[in-house]
Design a protein around this ligand. Structure first.
Ligand SMILES: *[C@@H]1O[C@H](CO)[C@@H](O)[C@H](O)[C@H]1NC(C)=O
Ligand SMILES: *[C@@H]1O[C@H](CO)[C@@H](O)[C@H](O)[C@H]1NC(C)=O
Length: 341
């Protein structure tokens, strides 16, 4: 598959010709808050893992200046005070109790505390030359992708690129599936979330946090699919990779006796079809547009970077006090593994 080509090239490509922003963001917090879908609620219905600027809060007013309110960020590019978050993966043991699955970084980003890898892609042509322009998100912009209630393949297919990869090793990228891998994955499970790339050009958000964005009319961003007339502005491809370190949970003697896979999202989805993610833009000034306008990969000359120690030092105490790391009989918020609505 083409994605495989991108990844293997990306790992070794020289930095001066590449049009792909790719960087690690360490863990800011793991907490039951969601200022996009459940503003003001602490606890929110389910647990999330969050990276980015430390202005992250239970409520986040779109008019607030996130770079101005943050004093640090867990992302490598120190002008990026955005917040990126997803649900959290749990392991369900044969005895019915649950344990949180830790995260780890991609190859090349060792030493960063968990979190995820974030991409903003300028081009999808896999030649890594800058051949077209994309628009950066604006202050106050936010979006969501996925459906927390999806439990079937048909429901998941509404979203083009929310996938899982069973990592045989840290460079495995294919095959990608819409549901959880059903066998032990020696190096972990990677969840990949690609957001829609076509903006309506007007709204920074919408009631479902999705309608102001659309997928290309056909194909994908990577295949050069055109934006629909309703959403004409071609944005960079925002893309998360989250690596769940399942290595401690690969003993099949601990897996369900019926042979089913044991991983479950923090809101109870045991199918994997409800993979979803959240984004709140928070880059300083025009830093993101400048980066998108200049071919770069990892060491982006137009951007300020910080080292792993500085990223890892950016932390935020939890808003909700509860046990998220013990063996628990019920998931935070009262969820249990479920497979059908
Ligand atoms: C979080 O929100 C509360 C209530 O609005 C506010 O008092 C506090 O200063 C905010 N914290 C940060 C770090 O923005
Ligand atoms: C359930 O199984 C896990 C994994 O084998 C074990 O670590 C845990 O202690 C068990 N919990 C109970 C209550 O038996």
């Amino acid at each position: 598959m083409k994605w495989n080509t991108l990844t293997s090239l990306a790992l070794f490509a020289p930095s001066h010709v590449v049009a792909l922003l790719r960087f690690p963001c360490g863990q800011l917090m793991v907490d039951r808050v969601d200022p996009l879908v459940n503003p003001g609620m602490a606890p929110s219905p389910h647990l999330h893992q969050i990276v980015g600027g430390n202005a992250f809060n239970v409520t986040m007013d779109p008019s607030k200046d996130m770079p101005g309110e943050s004093t640090c960020t867990t992302c490598q590019f120190s002008e990026d005070f955005s917040n990126y978050w997803t649900a959290v993966l749990y392991f369900k043991a044969r005895n019915g109790t649950y344990k949180r699955v830790p995260q780890k970084q991609n190859v090349g980003f060792e030493g960063v505390n968990g979190g995820m890898t974030v991409y903003y892609m300028q081009d999808g042509l896999y030649n890594f030359q800058q051949t077209s322009k994309v628009t950066a998100f604006k202050p106050g912009f936010r979006m969501y992708i996925g459906d927390v209630n999806a439990r079937t393949r048909e429901e998941a297919e509404r979203f083009r690129q929310l996938t899982y990869t069973c990592l045989e090793n840290m460079n495995t990228r294919d095959p990608q599936t819409l549901d959880f891998p059903n066998k032990p994955c020696p190096a972990g499970i990677m969840t990949a979330l690609r957001f829609p790339t076509c903006w309506d050009g007007k709204n920074l958000d919408s009631p479902d946090h999705m309608e102001h964005m659309a997928y290309p009319e056909f194909g994908t961003f990577e295949t050069g699919g055109p934006c629909p007339a309703s959403h004409p502005v071609r944005m960079g491809q925002l893309f998360y990779e989250v690596i769940w370190d399942t290595s401690k949970f690969n003993n099949k003697a601990d897996w369900p006796a019926d042979g089913s896979q044991p991983f479950v999202w923090s809101f109870g989805d045991g199918t994997g079809y409800a993979n979803h993610g959240d984004y709140v833009f928070g880059w300083q000034g025009d830093a993101l547009q400048r980066a998108l306008d200049s071919p770069c990969y990892q060491n982006c000359p137009t951007l300020k970077s910080q080292n792993n120690a500085a990223m890892n030092a950016c932390k935020k105490p939890g808003f909700v006090k509860e046990d998220i790391d013990g063996w628990v009989s019920i998931l935070p918020g009262g969820h249990v593994a479920n497979y059908r609505k």
